[in-house]
Design a protein around this ligand. Structure first.
Ligand code: AMP
Length: 362
């Protein structure tokens, strides 16, 4: 595969904080970044060489974007697959359409994972209210009804604790195509991020623990406090998925660890992930440098960590505490350049390093 050498141009679909941190890494490596996204003065555009503000279905804008770059990657998986198909006539798109088709749809995603012999929560397809009634009988309660497409940070999902809530739940998800999933009483949520390059070589980061508040990631602890065997199993699962899905780029695999020590895959994200921000300070190669290497056909960097770490998200008005946070010289403060601190909006994060040791920094 042709190497895209430093000095080359990288197009990124999506204009949020992940695009911003990808663009910063790319710039450090000597690349020029062109951001394509709907928002003006976006976090990613603020730090990039060029930006196009347009919708993902604007063919004219997509074409001139494609022609201005050597490769296209993304920071957001809900890009219409038609846009990827269109762009790929002009320029390599990594990851490509197949990957997005699977990861945009919870039914396809979970079926794909199960077909590899990897466990998930039990789930069933729901297309109408009758399906939902049957699904609740089959899966039991508690269960979670999730829209097949376009869900994130707990949006598009509702918990069903008893049969009488079926009508309400169906209305809450907007009567759209869904899956019903068994509710997992997990011990811990973990994730593994794996990079795969154009030559098929892979590098996985160690599993980390993710703690959520109001369905939004609050804190990541690296490494997760799990036995070494379980950590290698989780990394192998992520590598197996990345290989079978023919990933080029990064894949984050979110998983539940059950009280019986089983690992169940919850969700895949084909891009850098919030649970990988700690790698900026704590690893030889950060997730953001790694994705640039992968999509430019460069050799992957070493994903090993030299420190343990915690990463705390700053959500909404948490950002008001920036002056206090920065007073502690051990806090690495990252802010995303968003002017308005709306509720639930990721405004920045703080990473703290700890010496390597056997224990998680919990
Ligand atoms: P998701 O959008 O699927 O990543 O779900 C967001 C969060 O909701 C997860 O990180 C879990 O904390 C919780 N959650 C989702 N699905 C389940 C499930 N089947 N059982 C228990 N908790 C879940």
């Amino acid at each position: 595969m042709t190497v895209i050498a430093p000095g080359g141009r990288i197009g990124i679909l999506g204009d949020g904080q992940l695009g911003r941190m990808m663009a910063l890494a790319a710039a450090e490596m000597g690349y020029f970044v062109h951001i394509f996204g709907p928002e003006k003065d976006s976090p990613a555009a603020q730090v990039s060489h060029q930006s196009t503000v347009a919708r993902y279905d604007n063919k004219r804008a997509l074409k001139s974007f494609a022609k201005s770059v050597d490769v296209v990657t993304l920071e957001f998986e809900n890009i219409p697959t038609d846009a990827l198909e269109y762009l790929s006539q002009f320029v390599p798109v990594r990851p490509g359409r197949k990957m997005l088709e699977i990861t945009q749809d919870r039914l396809l995603e979970k079926s794909f994972v199960n077909n590899l012999g990897i466990g998930t929560a039990p789930f069933t397809n729901v297309e109408n209210i009758d399906d939902l009634v049957q699904a609740v009988q089959k899966i039991g309660t508690p269960a979670v009804l999730k829209t097949r497409r376009l869900g994130y940070d707990g949006k598009g999902q509702v918990k069903i604790t008893q049969g009488s809530q079926i009508d309400e739940a169906w209305a809450a998800v907007g009567e759209s195509h869904c899956i019903l999933e068994g509710f997992v009483k997990f011990k811990m949520e973990i994730s593994v991020i794996v990079a795969r390059s154009t030559n098929g070589k892979m590098q996985a980061y160690i599993p980390v623990e993710n703690r959520h508040k109001n369905h939004i990631l609050d804190m990541t602890l690296a490494p997760a406090n799990i036995p070494p065997d379980m950590a290698s199993d989780a990394m192998e699962m992520a590598e197996k998925i990345a290989k079978k899905i023919q990933l080029i780029g990064l894949l984050a695999v979110e998983m539940f660890v059950t009280h019986d020590g089983e690992i169940l895959v919850n969700e895949l994200a084909p891009r850098p992930h919030n649970s990988g921000h700690w790698t900026i300070e704590a690893c030889a190669t950060s997730q953001f440098h790694q994705i640039i290497r992968a999509v430019c056909s460069l050799p992957l960097g070493n994903a090993n960590r030299h420190s343990n770490a915690t990463m705390k998200n700053l959500i909404g008005d948490d950002i008001d505490a920036w002056a206090k946070i920065i007073k502690n010289p051990d806090n690495n403060l990252h802010l995303y350049g968003k002017s308005e601190a709306r509720e639930g909006r990721k405004m920045g994060h703080v990473t703290k390093l700890f010496p390597l040791g056997d224990k998680s920094p919990a």
